[in-house]
Ligand binder design. Structure first.
Ligand code: MG
Ligand code: MG
Length: 256
């Protein structure tokens, strides 16, 4: 199902997006060496509750996971790239952490950020993170009324390929609305001019992700966390955007 939000619901989308941006920004600042992933999860739970929002993750039980997820945020460290299940792990200087959060205030917002804990990070890590951010920006720039899903996929995939990454197509972006995962699927690679034509009121999550030297995933023993098959490091960036009459508006901007 593809859900098109009536303009009366756009403020809800913006509120949910601002909340997700605020929580991710706060958690990023708190994710220093010595911080435990379970602390990050607990802080996420508290902030979601204080805002009167609902977690999209805690009861989430899709076919590909060992559900329900039972936590409030995905914490993927180093070789973990998607759906990282928070567990008793203390972050160290130089860890590459991805935080992925989705909440609902009647409308859902979904966003992910990757960063190096502590110091500046290696040039390889920084380049990989920036490639996912550039790909996301290219996808957003390609979005607007009349654009097709394939245009976004092509824009995202071109950046990732030019940066030297091979793209895993098992997981990508998606429609967002009253629920977290909706049609249309937005592959991280595709052909321009193909697919569903965008219209105002569509809410979309764009989420390029890469692994340094492989496109193969393995599932962790926890039944959720997806890791690179080679143990290489990984990155993931996601924004929820609203298609408007003029183009695309980013819902999940993080305050600086
Ligand atoms: Mg997400
Ligand atoms: Mg998503």
């Amino acid at each position: 199902m593809i859900e098109v939000l009536s303009p009366s619901r756009w403020p809800q989308a913006r509120e949910a997006g601002a909340l997700v941006g605020h929580i991710l920004s706060t958690l990023r600042a708190r994710s220093t060496p010595g911080t435990n992933l379970l602390d990050i999860d607990r802080w996420a739970q508290t902030m979601i509750g204080e805002a009167g929002a609902l977690s999209c993750y805690v009861d989430y039980a899709p076919s590909f996971g060992r559900g329900p997820f039972g936590h409030y945020i995905c914490t993927s460290v180093n070789d973990a790239v998607l759906h990282g299940l928070p567990h008793d792990y203390t972050l160290a200087d130089g860890d590459l952490l991805s935080l992925d959060l989705a909440v609902s205030l009647g409308v859902v917002a979904d966003s992910a950020v990757s960063f190096v804990v502590g110091g500046a990070g290696s040039p390889e890590d920084v380049a990989m993170i920036e490639a996912t951010e550039r790909a996301r920006a290219a996808g957003i720039a390609a979005a607007g009324p009349g654009a097709r899903i394939g245009d976004l996929s092509h824009a995202i995939g071109s950046v990732l390929t030019e940066a030297g990454f091979s793209i895993n197509l098992d997981f990508g972006g998606h429609g967002v609305g009253s629920t977290m995962h909706q049609d249309p699927h937005i592959s991280n690679s595709g052909r321009p001019g193909r697919g569903f034509a965008l219209r105002p009121g569509l809410l979309l999550a764009l989420e390029p992700w890469v692994m340094a030297d492989t496109d193969e995933l393995v599932t962790d023993a926890d039944g959720w966390t997806l890791r690179s098959a080679t143990g290489c490091r990984t990155a993931h960036s996601e924004h929820t955007i609203l298609i408007t009459e003029d183009g695309a508006e980013i819902m999940t901007v993080q305050p600086t």
